[in-house]
Ligand binder design. Structure first.
Ligand code: SF4
Ligand code: SF4
Length: 81
């Protein structure tokens, strides 16, 4: 019985962790973005593309390191809820 409860607790923690990570993916506010590409230079997974002077993040490649959030001089990238 104790073992089953422990497994259940671990499963709940794993699910909550996955939800928390997915919950805070960065999002670009395109009205603030100037297309400077500073975020592109610091992204370790090449998850950011700039087209027509607006940055866009590819969610499937982003590892949520938040380097882009810290780097953007316009504060245009937010850790979205
Ligand atoms: S660093 Fe900021 S302003 Fe520059 S391209 Fe990226 S999101 Fe846009
Ligand atoms: S959070 Fe990290 S991996 Fe995701 S787009 Fe920004 S710099 Fe790239």
């Amino acid at each position: 019985m104790k073992k089953a409860a422990l497994i259940l607790v671990i499963l709940v923690l794993v699910v909550l962790s996955v939800i928390a990570v997915r919950h805070y993916k960065p999002v670009v506010d395109k009205s603030e973005c100037t297309g400077c590409e500073d975020c592109v230079k610091v992204c370790p997974t090449n998850a950011i593309q700039v087209q027509e002077e607006k940055a866009e993040i590819v969610d499937s490649t982003c590892i949520d390191c938040r380097q882009c959030v810290r780097t953007c001089p316009q504060n245009a990238i937010k850790a979205a809820k």
